[in-house]
Design a protein around this ligand. Sequence first.
Ligand code: FES
Length: 118
Amino acid sequence: MDHFKNPRNMGEMKDADAIGENGNPVCGDLMYIYIKVEEKDGKEIISDLSFQTFGCAAAIATSSMITELARNKTLEEALKITRSDVAVSLDGLPPIKMHCSNLAADALQDAIKKYREK
Ligand code: FES
């Protein structure tokens, strides 16, 4: 509820290095994850993230959480963040809302994929 009521890192990032996108065709919710990548000691680190989510409370909370979980991670580490990592970090989601956590993890993976394709 805290990540829904006080979402972290919400908003568009104008100078993002890549934008991940994911939608849920069933409910129509849509999410964008913006990432900024910097090279540090020969590793690519996600130095900043933000999100825009047009969706339910769980989708907003999971977006907020993933921007916290992936910050200062290498691209490889961030790719390992799973849907269940997001749900566990939020102290769980109601079973009917578990599918909402898919959006955030998949949108982050899409952002990393697009960054690597650039
Ligand atoms: Fe659509 Fe939660 S109901 S993502």
